[in-house]
Design a protein around this ligand. Structure first.
Ligand code: CAA
Length: 384
């Protein structure tokens, strides 16, 4: 019998501020139903100036370390689109803030919203070779588009950390996957830009085409029949996109797939906004936290990263998952965000990209466990 390996623990964090999309609708003269119904978004998380992918990612990981300790972690992988340095990985900063053992490797992975899934696959391979080790994966992103664009209401910020281990307490990840890579200019972020460049309509088509191609590869490789997948977790740049992906999956496989099979996975994303590579795993967090009937059930995952890479994989939920979920903590983190006006959000939006040219001190303004404190000798500084 082959070893069970998968997600042993999972924890979500987000930014310190929140913007209600009704306020953005009013300020931009848009019908609020366009955001709530058309995009399926209610709010978006907005980072303070003392927050970034490192502070959110470390905040997501901390509860996992408090529960399981640090000793078995010999690898930290940090997946992000919103990198803070061209050379040094966000993983090394997070490693220090989290007090991980120095006998640990640390690396960053990038492919738009897909990288966390690549990190997970690499982690599964590491644990298969060395089952006594665990791998900490952190997915953390800040979705920033230009203001006054159609993409503005789909911004957001969030991080999900998860621990890959043998005999997992939450979800065993199955070995058969479907993958698909296609060079598409649907969404990217040039090195000299703090905001993404996006062709919105093309990005939706590229996602749906990636889904069908990855599904075909999944089946060709011996992946299970659609009827054996009992829940779905689709990448959610905005939660209506999960509805589109679900509909495409039903059409492509010639089956009926009810909305109840994915709807629960949208609960956190509706409130956080896009968290790019964390978004799929925020969907899983919501599913684990609010679906009481998951034990032994198979979840199908659709991971999409613009540019583009798609991966479809499946996981079977453990019998005891309800003992290890984190509804109360996640509710506290979402409810604890401080509401901001559109004016304040826009000021934070333009202040988010700090130049490294001169030393600067950033005062603490949010109440998370970690803070970005500024630039010294061109290097980013953090404090626990
Ligand atoms: N009440 C209810 N619904 C309304 C409405 C109203 N008053 N007004 C409009 N709508 C609906 C529209 O009918 C439309 O629904 P359908 O999708 O079912 O057609 C929906 O609201 C969106 O409206 P528009 O079609 O007018 O689209 P838009 O110009 O507002 O742009 C968008 C939408 C393209 C998603 C844009 O927000 C965008 O570019 N977002 C960023 C890119 C993105 O997230 N792409 C997703 C795939 S790429 C990916 O997944 C990677 C990633 O994370 C970026």
């Amino acid at each position: 019998m082959s070893m069970r390996i998968g997600i042993h623990d999972l924890s979500l964090a987000t930014a310190g501020y929140v913007l209600d999309l009704n306020d953005l609708a009013a300020a931009t003269g848009v019908d609020p139903d366009k955001f709530r119904i058309g995009l399926g978004q209610d709010q978006m998380s907005v980072p303070g100036l003392d927050e970034d992918i490192v502070t959110m990612g470390a905040a997501a990981a901390l509860p996992i370390l408090e529960r399981h300790g640090r000793d078995s972690i010999r690898t930290l992988m940090f997946a992000t689109e919103s990198g803070i340095d061209q050379s040094k990985s966000a993983a090394v900063f997070a490693h220090a803030l989290l007090g991980l053992p120095d006998t640990c490797r640390a690396v960053e992975l990038k492919q738009a919203c897909y990288a966390a899934t690549a990190a997970m696959q690499a982690a599964l391979g590491i644990v298969a070779r060395n089952p006594e080790e665990t791998v900490l994966v952190i997915a953390s992103d800040i979705a920033r588009y230009e203001v006054d664009t159609a993409a503005e209401p789909t911004q957001g910020a969030g991080a999900v950390a998860f621990l890959i281990a043998a005999d997992p307490a939450l979800v065993e990840i199955e070995p058969i996957v479907g993958v698909h890579t296609a060079d598409v200019s649907d969404f990217w972020r040039p090195n000299d830009s703090a905001t993404a460049v996006v062709d919105g309509k093309l990005s939706i088509d590229a996602y749906l085409d990636g889904l069908t191609a990855a599904w075909d590869d999944f089946r060709a490789r011996g992946g299970v029949d659609i009827a054996e997948i009992e829940r779905f977790c689709h990448h959610q740049p905005f939660t209506r996109m999960a509805a589109k992906a679900h509909r495409r999956m039903a059409e492509h496989t010639g089956t009926e797939l009810g909305v109840e099979l994915y709807e629960t996975s949208t609960v956190y994303n509706r409130r956080m906004g896009n968290s790019y590579t964390a978004s799929l795993y925020a969907g899983l967090a919501a599913l684990l936290d609010f679906d009481d009937d998951l034990a032994g059930r198979r979840i199908g995952f659709v991971s999409y990263g613009s540019g583009s890479v798609t991966e479809i994989f499946t996981g079977v939920v453990s019998a005891e998952y309800r003992e290890f979920r984190r509804q109360a903590e996640t509710a506290a983190r979402l409810d604890g965000r401080v509401p901001v006006s559109v004016e304040r959000y826009r000021a934070l939006h333009s202040g988010g990209a700090v130049s490294s040219a001169a030393d600067v001190e950033i005062p603490v303004e949010t109440d998370g466990p970690f803070h970005f404190t500024g630039i010294r000798h061109r290097a980013r500084q953090y404090r626990a």
